[in-house]
Design a protein. Sequence first.
Length: 265
Amino acid sequence: MIQVRNVSKDIRVRLEESLGVLYSSVSVVTNVSLDIPQQVVLSLVGFPGCGNYTLAKMIARQVRPDSGYITFEGQKIDQIDCESWSRIARSFHPSVNRRSWGSGDELKSELTKIVEANPRIVVCSDTISAHDQETVFRLITEAHITSNSAFLVPTDSLDLAMRYAEITAVMWMGTILELGRSSKVERYPLSPFTKAMSTVEHYSADSNDRSSWERALAQCVANAAHFKVKGCRYHPVCPFAKLICIEKEPVLSQVEDEHWVSCHI
């Protein structure tokens, strides 16, 4: 249904340096490709700064990619008129109703209205706190049962993606490290990052008890503007990195039916 091909997005950020203010171009999403089939729940998983929300916004046509393209049933989405696109894709904004959630009734009402319009895809393109992510996933799963829409949900929780999404894409510093049916990614994780995420407590930006490993990874993403990583972008913190990981960027390759990984190991 929707195809994302070699999509990249850079942003300019302000850096406070000892010699003054500098501006740097940061690759938020780099050469990402994936397919979103009809009537599935697909989750983009990664720490804050990994590019999952930016990718979602590009698919929702809220942000224009710098390079690459996105198509809907073979037609580039930037060539579809606004009225037609509004029938194809709808954005779900959970953070707008944050103060009135309570039991989630108002959020459910908003999602119901979106689904009743029968869009082909619903994109959750707003940042959701870790505390509220399960509520959003639960409501989307309930809506998905009776709708014909696909749902795209960014999150920082691999556990929630495994439980609620049919397809999971694990992202790190603007790239997809692993992609596949959630059941396969959970049963047989191939990327060292996916393996690490699956063995530690769910990362939460609001938590006070994050492990040193989680803090180090989050800081690595946050400091991405200060360095350009060659080869595999995960290699600076990967315990299994080899020389090839530093010299050559891996390609997302299929290793079994409905399961891809970007890794030299």
